[in-house]
Design a binder for this molecule. Sequence first.
Ligand code: ASP
Length: 303
Amino acid sequence: MFPLILVHAGLGSRLEPEAVQVIRSLLEEGSRRLRTGTSALETSWYLVERMEESGLFNAGKGAIPQEDGIVRRDVGTMEGTTLKSLGIPAIVNVSCPSRILPDLFRNTKHVLLSGESVSRWTRSRHLSDLPVDPAFPQESLSYWNAPKESTGTGTVGAVVRDQEGRHAATTSTGGAGKMRPGRIGDSAIPGAGYYADDRIGAVSMTGEGESILKTIAGYRLLSLSDSAPSREHAAREGPLFLEEILGRTGGRAGGILISRKNGPFIFHSPAPMLAGVWSAREDLFEITDTWNEAGRRILEATT
Ligand code: ASP
């Protein structure tokens, strides 16, 4: 099995030059790291942290505030060999949540840790770069008072397979739309916003978190893609599943995934979704926001 990287910048994100440049450079660096033996898990943290740091997406430095003006970030990560995973919802005192993952992941057996205990931990490890009890700036509140065409897009995520055939997934977000204070989305919850299991692969989701949670969309999308009898079947069933979510819950969703058996996929509801792929087999990079012929070609080339 050859190494693979897929990243996304959230349902609704587009091929804009600055974002494309960030994604291209992180795919280049991510692929270099995988070639020199960095694990899938560490590579996924690196990729997501770079997107958080860019401030271009609704995650990390670019995360949107909730209705009370406070930015609460959700992050989740999982590695597929041991099924070890960690989700942290509602982080307030760290601007780039992926930065705290390596330390916390190695020091807990828990699968979900709440914001408050994380705040204390990050402060004690000098990883916190924002006030714990944020005296939030007025601009954060005015964010919701200003008329808006879009309520914010650009959750970020990465799925990676390394040289040893290990899989990992990491997802990070500021949430979706106008959120009641304390709202937690899918991105911190394993099986919903992310999942990894070396027996079937890895997935990172984006879209309306409530719909993704209600349908446990991450695990189900990965599982149906991997259990499909062929790549062609999986390519048909993925979009049908997203249509079913839309029909039953009214929410749009998208995901990037590596199926162990059927290869990489980019699936999304009818909306753009900026995504990038690197495959070690052909040393091929591709960045797309549409599930179009170009997207299909790269994904076919990598299977
Ligand atoms: N899934 C994220 C959430 O609901 C938002 C997104 O992906 O756009 O928190």
